[in-house]
Design a protein around this ligand. Structure first.
Ligand SMILES: [Zn+2]
Length: 260
């Protein structure tokens, strides 16, 4: 998962979202707002007027519309960071949107957790058939790549497993947030580990190719590298290069690659 750059909506799209949201907010009970959120999102997100919102999200994705969570598959589903089934007041709120692939959206569903007043992590996901009550309030655990850099909390193991792991020590708030994010999104599912390993070798090959290429071709190689999947692998290769001998050697041969 990588940090997503900011993007504003046009005034007309922003107004449209506001109108949709107001209709939910006007319902007179939490239960009614939850039901309305599900129904309205299903209806509005399929209509033509929602195209601009989808294309704005697509333009924020890395490379050719890579999923904002796994960076692997094509994103084609609007994902609510705060699930609309728990937070109907955020159903049509632009900063709550991410663009994800079906696999990530299907894994995450309405999994959510917050820190309670004592700082303990509490899952607030609603069980099937449970009454529609508002969730406990508190800061969320799930990392939000639109407002924070996921790599502040996560580290990718480039030496062996290609798994994401929490950066902070066990027992800390940062550790809980990283662990919950990795598990809720199944960021270490097997196909992703293989894809990250393949990306690692491809990035290395591209840098080596750059080292021996003529000037005219070098620019194209940098551009091609920017379109490759799994940009986090590339970011981590640069962040961790001093502690991994084969990367230390690679970047000592092409030091400018640290600034690409
Ligand atoms: Zn995904």
């Amino acid at each position: 998962m990588i940090r997503i750059g900011p993007r504003d909506l046009s005034a007309s799209a922003a107004t449209r979202l506001k109108e949709y949201q107001s209709a939910i907010d006007r319902e007179n009970s939490y239960e009614a707002r939850v039901r309305r959120a599900q129904k309205d999102f299903k209806a509005h997100s399929r209509n033509k007027k929602f195209r601009e919102i989808k294309s704005a999200l697509a333009s924020m994705c890395f490379g050719p519309r890579r999923c904002m969570y796994c960076e692997d598959s094509v994103a084609d589903e609007i994902e609510h960071h705060h699930p609309k089934s728990l937070y109907p007041e955020l159903t049509f709120v632009w900063p709550n949107y991410l663009y994800s692939c079906g696999s990530c959206n299907g894994k995450k569903l309405a999994k959510f957790a917050v820190f309670d007043q004592s700082g303990k992590a509490v899952e607030v996901s609603r069980k099937r058939g449970a009454p529609l009550l508002p969730p406990l309030s508190g800061d969320p655990l799930l990392v939000m790549p639109r407002i924070e850099d996921p790599l502040e909390l996560l580290i990718l193991d480039l030496r062996d497993t290609f798994c994401f792991e929490p950066r902070a020590a066990d027992g800390s708030r940062a550790h809980s947030r990283a662990r919950f994010t990795i598990d809720a999104l199944a960021l270490n599912r097997r196909p992703l580990l293989q894809a990250r390993c393949d990306a690692y070798h491809s990035y290395r090959a591209r840098v080596r190719e750059y080292g021996s290429a003529r000037n005219a071709r070098r620019h194209r190689l940098i551009q091609a590298l920017g379109r490759m999947p799994h940009p986090t692998v590339w970011q981590e290769m640069r962040r961790q290069h001093q502690s991994i001998p084969e990367l230390a050697e690679l970047f000592s041969e092409v030091p400018e690659a640290l600034r690409w």
